[in-house]
Design a protein around this ligand. Structure first.
Ligand code: TRP
Length: 333
């Protein structure tokens, strides 16, 4: 009887001690896996939908995945402001308030919206043509604040060379761009400087919104020999209007992105959009791992590959020299 009671106490004690040991080791494991698996939260604001920005967003996801941020390791809080400035402002505030670890702006107006929504949370610029002119950073090498990222500098000098090679009779080029995009202003100035050095005349045509593209192209085609378009979101998002408004005049169009050459432009020298996105994704990963935007230099892409639309060339009666075709990064048949 006595022995039985003692045995009972021993068993009960063993159960309590063993149980608590198992319990504490379980909870320890739980907290361990919790820190290892902490899901990174990345807020993304895309300014507008057009094929180039869509490719950049795809690249961002691929770049993050390459660094291990895929599946349940990352949660992407994605918003698209559809080219609407008031949406840029509200969505920027929302992305900051949502508890994201880092926020990413695809295209200049989106990055500017995020920059004014937070001075502490890291902001990563995805494909921003002129980070200094857009007032996002003051120094590309040492950004200093909470903003860094990837810049797509337009290879304007090579574009001028291509215009001279493919269409040597062109004397006046019309630059078609949006007056509301800070990324376009500096590109137009730079292109103008190179073009004038090469003996071309440049006339500028700035549109306030997509609504004025058709009428502006109609005016332009009466005045210029060719149309040049910078890396501009407004024009890219309504590029089919540029092409259709030029249907009777048939002036060669030199845009600044592959998607616009595919959609009816003649040729260009361009920076690869998916590559820009991948580089951005990798930079986001670095910042998630603790690197400070202040000490992370802006990654500038400035070398381009030529892309030629052979179909458009044929329609315009332009023969593309063999040497140009051989060197081209992409030929659209
Ligand atoms: N660089 C543009 C900006 O700063 C965004 C952009 C990236 C873009 N790729 C493009 C615009 C292609 C037009 C076409 O806003």
């Amino acid at each position: 009887m006595k022995n039985k009671r003692l045995l009972g106490i021993i068993v009960a004690l063993a159960l309590v001690v063993g149980g608590s040991l198992v319990y504490s080791s379980l909870t320890k494991q739980e907290t361990k896996t919790e820190t290892a698996n902490k899901t990174a939260k990345v807020g993304v604001l895309q300014f507008v939908s057009h094929p180039s920005l869509d490719l950049i967003y795809q690249g961002i996801q691929d770049g993050l995945a390459e660094e291990g941020y895929k599946g349940d390791q990352v949660k992407i809080d994605f918003m698209n402001s559809e080219g609407d400035q008031s949406k840029v402002a509200t969505m920027s505030k929302q992305l900051v308030a949502n508890g994201n670890d880092v926020v990413v702006g695809i295209a200049t107006p989106a990055a500017q919206g995020l920059a004014s929504a937070t001075k502490d949370l890291p902001v990563i610029m995805a494909a921003i043509t002129d980070p200094i002119g857009a007032n996002l950073v003051q120094n590309l090498e040492k950004p200093g604040g909470n903003i860094t990222g990837v810049s797509d500098h337009n290879p304007a000098e090579q574009q001028v060379e291509l215009i001279k090679t493919l269409t040597p009779d062109v004397k006046t080029v019309g630059a078609l761009y949006s007056s509301s995009e800070d990324n376009s202003k500096s590109q137009v100035e730079e292109f103008k400087a190179y073009a004038e050095k090469a003996g071309l005349k440049v006339e500028t045509f700035a549109v306030p919104s997509t609504n004025e593209i058709a009428s502006t192209v109609n005016v332009m085609t009466g005045k210029v020999d060719a149309i040049w378009v910078p890396i501009d979101n407004t024009i890219a998002s309504a590029f089919s209007t540029v092409v259709s408004s030029n249907q009777t005049a048939k002036k060669p169009i030199y845009p600044s992105a592959t998607a616009m050459v595919e959609a009816g432009g003649l040729a260009s020298v361009v920076v690869d959009q998916h590559d820009l996105g991948v580089a951005t994704g990798k930079m986001i990963a670095k910042v998630l791992k603790g690197e400070k935007p202040a000490d992370t230099p802006v990654n500038v892409f400035s070398t381009g590959k030529s892309v030629i639309n052979k179909k458009v060339a044929q329609e315009l009666g332009i023969t593309i020299p063999e040497s140009v075709l051989k060197e081209a990064g992409q030929v659209i048949e």
